[in-house]
Write a protein that binds this ligand. Sequence first.
Ligand code: ASP
Length: 347
Amino acid sequence: MKRQSILIIYTGGTIGMQRDENGTLIPFDFNSIEKEFPAVRHLHVHIDVHKLPPIDSSNVTPRLWTELAHTVRDNYDKYDGFVVLHGTDTMSYTASALSFMFENLKKPVVFTGSQIPMGIMRTDGRENLITAIEIAAAEKNGYPIVPEVTLYFQNKLFRANRTSKLSAEALNAFDSRNYPPLAEVGVNINYNWSFIHYEQGWFEGKFSPEPLRIIDGFDSNVVILKIFPGISEVTLKAVLSVEGLRGVILETFGTGNAPTADWFINLLAYTIERGITVVNVTQCVGGGVAMELYETGKRLQQVGVLSGHDMTTEAAVTKLMLLLGNCEQKEQVIQGMLESKSGEFGS
Ligand code: ASP
């Protein structure tokens, strides 16, 4: 059997942290990861490490997304798969962004991290890292088993753009409430083949020969607006009048419902008339938007608010930023938001 080659891209986060003399968590030198995880050397894979300046993922900006996508592209022909070590706090944002940046991705890109610093005995990072490497290297008939951008955490592999960090405490911090896991890990790694995206004829090598392409350029002139009972006209007006604003992810109640007060609807209508794209996602962790169900959702639909279907906020905002950064016409942004690009909504 051919020995697979994996590139680990290290960006920081708890998985690569240690305590300083005051007990504060600080990033540490990446070389220690190999020392902490000697087991990786015993896997039947060749592993190289590409280290980016370690950061707490709260400091992530689209610049990191671009750097990561370029690192994968520049090393694409040299490796069979990629493992990205990333802080958990914003991992779903970065992983979602990358899922939209790649076109014709045919190799695994697996994100992982840990809740407990790897320098601590009980770390969850060891298992997360080792299994992520195994998944990135997994192949059948010489073709990758999971040719997608994914996120592996605590025994489950998810489609990255379906995930959210749902717990600041539990070791199973991530979930994908609207799409089944792509693999579940016990004694064996059990792949859920029917939920993994494959081009037709994948395992016979009959897929399109199109090379990997990156779509680059994010427009950060967007806002995530979570509505709440009692939200005031003056607040909404202030947020929607931010200079340069181009997109709004509106986090609504339940199946996409919001107040029907005239001032609320009129402000949104005026915002959309000014050329700003407004996308409706639910603030619930599971389920999605169906604006036609209730009068409270219908009013939004009537003024031109787009349905975010069952997208996570992380997927919706990164997708919108990328579309705004790349489309010349507003119609193209709308069209892009309404089509599932990388399996980010629907079944
Ligand atoms: N604050 C850390 C980060 O996101 C948390 C973690 O990695 O779990 O970088």
